[in-house]
Design a protein around this ligand. Structure first.
Ligand SMILES: [Zn+2]
Length: 133
């Protein structure tokens, strides 16, 4: 059984690795990745709520003209599960978060979504009952 698990492969003595053709990949190629929604959000087109950590197949690309302290910034394109509208966001390493770009708005109360104020309605604080005499 163990012979099928060998990690090294046989290379014949006349093997020349320079004969292997190099594959040409575009510099900024988009990849398909599987990701989870980074926060609760609502589609701007159809109003569908998308829960945090819902899984999507996304297109991922580098943002060429931006970086943060030399770190690459990635942009992701996902589609709304109801209306197939495109939703775009990118990584924000400065705030260790994601930045909304198009197609949705965040419904969670996170400051770095740059809305200035939280988008969700806040429940008013509960009044404490005074103890009855
Ligand atoms: Zn939608």
């Amino acid at each position: 059984m163990s012979e099928r698990k060998v990690l090294n492969k046989y290379y014949p003595p006349d093997f020349d690795p320079s004969n292997i053709p190099r594959c040409k990949v575009a510099r900024n190629k988009t990849f398909c990745v599987r990701l989870m929604a980074p926060c609760n959000m609502k589609c701007n087109t159809c109003g569908e709520y998308i829960a945090k950590a819902k899984k999507f197949n996304a297109r991922k690309e580098d943002v060429d003209d931006e970086n943060y302290l030399g770190l690459r910034i990635y942009r992701f394109y996902i589609r709304c599960p109801m209306c197939m509208a495109e939703i775009v966001f990118k990584t924000d390493p400065e705030h260790t978060d994601y930045l909304i770009e198009a197609g949705r708005r965040a419904t969670s109360r996170r400051r770095s979504w740059r809305s200035g104020r939280p988008s969700g309605r806040r429940r008013p604080p509960r009044r404490r009952r005074s103890p009855t005499p």
